[in-house]
Design a protein around this ligand. Structure first.
Ligand code: ZN
Ligand code: FE
Ligand code: FE
Ligand code: ZN
Length: 270
């Protein structure tokens, strides 16, 4: 019924446990499919502390394929890839040739500001909040235009620490990016990690999700697990979030192709 399409591994240097633990947790919760989507390696020094080295990429493939062979449920292979001026050249060359089931596209930086890092949070307090949101969603629109990614991860990530403009301003900022996501045929994820952050809300907001539904943008589900206990976190809440916005289906992936699937009737355990 439930597929967790956003899980990390220790190779990214800020996740704990081994992939087998994530699989065990998924099976204990009754998830029927999972995807590992670790942070993409980027040669050349982009945010090296938060990702595998480029020469570890074959280890990543081996790690996931080994665990998949013994998992007892489908384990998809994916990546979370950062859209940024310093990653785009590499991603354009390298990413399309990789044997992936799905590729999440993320924006974690506005230029040199890692706006979702608690260590860089001070800057929010003196920031032009609406201006930061505008800069972020401009980049999300560019991400969609590249055609390199399947899913927009944690779409309204700038809300993480609770800094957000008025709803009417957010709607005006987000609308053009959603148009570009729809035009690209992309999916957005319901990412439950927001519930574990100061904002205590699923990404994206109910407002944005309803705007996405009006544009026919499909959804998928992810916990953004960086520890085994995060797997499948609050998926019953995500299901309710999807229904509230008017969704009746979400999607599964194989080989970067979307398959539509109805929302389940029963709430998940967890
Ligand atoms: Zn991470
Ligand atoms: Fe991310
Ligand atoms: Fe992630
Ligand atoms: Zn993430």
């Amino acid at each position: 019924m439930f597929a967790d399409y956003h899980m990390h591994t220790y190779l990214c240097k800020h996740a704990t446990g081994v992939p087998e633990d994530y699989v065990d947790r998924a099976r204990a919760l009754g998830l029927d499919e999972i995807a590992f989507t670790d942070h993409v390696p980027i040669p050349g020094g982009y945010d090296p502390g938060n990702r595998m080295r480029f020469d570890q990429f074959t280890d990543y493939l081996k790690l996931i394929r080994t665990v998949a062979a013994r998992a007892g449920l489908p384990v998809l292979l994916g990546l979370e890839a950062d859209y940024h001026q310093n990653t785009l050249g590499f991603l354009r060359e390298w990413l399309p040739a990789q044997p992936m089931d799905l590729i999440l596209g993320s924006v974690h930086y506005i230029d040199d500001w890692e706006f979702d890092n608690p260590a860089a949070m001070a800057r929010w307090k003196s920031a032009d909040v609406a201006g930061a949101w505008r800069a972020y969603f401009q980049r999300i629109g560019e991400l969609a235009d590249t055609g390199l990614f399947d899913v927009v991860a944690h779409l309204d990530l700038p809300k993480k620490f609770g800094f957000r403009p008025r709803d009417s301003v957010i709607r005006e900022i987000v609308a053009p990016s959603l148009d570009r996501i729809a035009a690209a045929g992309m999916v957005i994820e319901l990412n439950t990690s927001g519930l574990r952050r100061p904002v205590k809300e699923i990404y994206p907001s109910q407002d944005i999700l309803a705007m996405a539904r009006k544009r026919g943008i499909p959804i998928c589900l992810g916990s953004d697990a960086h520890a085994p206990d995060d797997v499948g976190h609050a998926f019953h809440a995500a299901l309710a979030w999807a229904r509230q916005a008017g969704y009746t289906e979400w999607v599964r992936f194989r080989n970067r192709t979307i398959h539509r699937s109805p929302l389940p009737d029963a709430p998940a355990q967890s």
